[in-house]
Design a binder for this molecule. Structure first.
Ligand code: AMP
Length: 433
């Protein structure tokens, strides 16, 4: 099947072929015709399936069917994403796929100066990509009007709920016209997501490209059992001996990400960390350095890595398993993207046995274990409870948070601290917006 067969206009087919895509991915083949017809969709698709083009291409076509005359261009399509990085990436895709069409787009997210965003909105925007917190800031400053939105996309809806954005989403929905097309994308389907979908979508077409909660088939998953204290040494060994050139490494905590990145640097491996305590500029720079190969290892926490689109990322390492099994699927979804093979290696110590069995239950299968000579766990070491940040290493750098909700204890698990305190969860999610 070709993109032309899906009913896409020449300008879009041209943009797609300039990207070097010859065929639509399964989600694109399923979603594009439905969206072109004006239907709502509920799509179960992980990042890496080509879902962004799946909604962006038909959205651009629908908007260009109506000619807007006059100076004032109202926002007619709104894409809401959980993180700044994802917003920036979706906006990039909108600009890329729409480059042969006379439509205007803009992206708004927190952590950066609001004034250029206000300027852009004032000039008129057809497609707006936004994170929830900053979107509502614009609403309260009356610099954004959503009353003419024809198409709404909620991207990575499960993560938005995880990050505590549900109240914000509800506020945003209340500002949109009732008569509109809505597209909801989510990697997993909790009851909460189903409830949100029920209230939001009108007779949606259900599209699922990977089985529910199933990791991408193209990802080879391996577990190495190793003692906690030897994980860093093993990681350096794997990177060096196997000559891995681009590795995304996950830690549970921000402090852990910083520390590991520094240790790898000391081992002579160019590395940088990306997490919620870093400024937007630092996160963007770290990602750009990683993408262009200036940095070999990017160490990330779950939230910071969410939605990162790095083409053909070959290796993902779980330096620590995530507390929540679904995050494992999100993590390994960074590799094996759009048909490329990838490898996800998990370094598992005795404390993490339960986390591993939770993941295997979710995957509905065992992950292959490979033992590495010289790194076998010491049987004398017994399991200890996993610390998520109550230790003495937490740093107290205040967060860049206009609500004044500086979070202490950089070693805290981003997720567990959110789960513990709904007030703090709200503050954190605004910071991530
Ligand atoms: P996404 O799931 O939207 O994050 O897309 C994952 C990656 O697949 C991105 O790097 C896209 O550029 C790429 N991609 C999207 N559509 C196609 C396609 N039809 N053929 C090949 N690569 C694609």
């Amino acid at each position: 099947m070709l993109f032309n067969d899906l009913g896409l206009m020449t300008e879009l087919c041209q943009a797609v072929s300039e990207q070097g895509y010859s065929q639509p991915t399964p989600i694109q083949a399923k979603a594009i015709p439905v969206v072109l017809q004006g239907g709502d969709i509920l799509a179960g698709a992980q990042t890496g399936t080509g879902k962004t083009a799946g909604f962006t291409l038909p959205l651009l076509q629908r908007l260009s069917a109506t000619k807007i005359t006059g100076k004032k261009r109202p926002v007619r399509a709104l894409v809401v994403t959980p993180t700044r990085e994802l917003a920036a990436q979706v906006a990039e895709s909108v600009a890329l796929y729409g480059k042969h069409l006379p439509l205007r787009s803009a992206v708004i997210f927190g952590g950066v100066n609001i004034n250029p965003q206000i300027q852009a909105l004032r000039q008129g925007v057809d497609i707006l990509v936004a994170t929830p917190g900053r979107l509502l800031d614009h609403i309260s400053q009356r610099t954004l009007d959503l009353s003419k939105v024809e198409i709404l996309v909620l991207d990575e809806a499960d993560r938005m709920l995880d990050m505590g954005f549900l109240p914000d989403i509800r506020k945003i929905l209340a500002l949109l016209p009732k008569q509109r097309q809505s597209l909801l994308f989510s990697a997993t389907f909790s009851n909460e997501i189903k409830r949100l979908a029920d209230g939001l979508l009108n007779k949606p077409v259900l599209i699922e490209v990977a089985r529910r909660n199933t990791a991408a088939e193209s990802v080879k998953q391996i577990v190495h059992h190793v003692d906690k204290k030897r994980k860093r040494e093993l990681l350096s060994f794997l990177i060096g001996s196997r000559n891995w050139q681009q590795v995304l490494v996950f830690t549970r905590t921000k402090h852990g990400a910083n520390r590991l990145s520094q240790q790898l640097e000391r081992d002579g491996i160019r590395s940088t960390a990306i997490h919620g305590n870093k400024s937007q500029a630092a996160r963007t720079r770290a990602l750009a350095d990683f993408k262009r190969g200036a940095v070999r290892v990017l160490v990330a926490t779950d939230i910071a890595a969410r939605g990162l689109d790095i083409d053909q990322l070959p290796h993902v390492v779980n330096f620590e398993l995530p507390n929540v099994a679904e995050d494992y699927i999100h993590r390994i979804g960074r590799t094996g993207r759009a048909g490329n093979d990838g490898q996800a290696v998990s370094l598992v110590c005795i404390d993490e046995k339960k986390l591993l069995s939770d993941i295997e239950r979710l995957l509905n299968r065992k992950v292959t274990v490979e033992s590495l000579a010289g790194y076998e766990p010491n049987p004398a070491i017994t399991a200890e409870p996993i610390k998520n940040g109550r230790g003495s290493h937490g740093f107290t750098k205040p967060r860049n948070n206009r609500n004044g909700g500086g979070q202490k204890g950089g070693q805290k698990s981003e997720r567990s601290s959110r789960a513990k305190n709904s007030q703090r969860r709200r503050v954190n999610s605004r910071v991530n917006s």
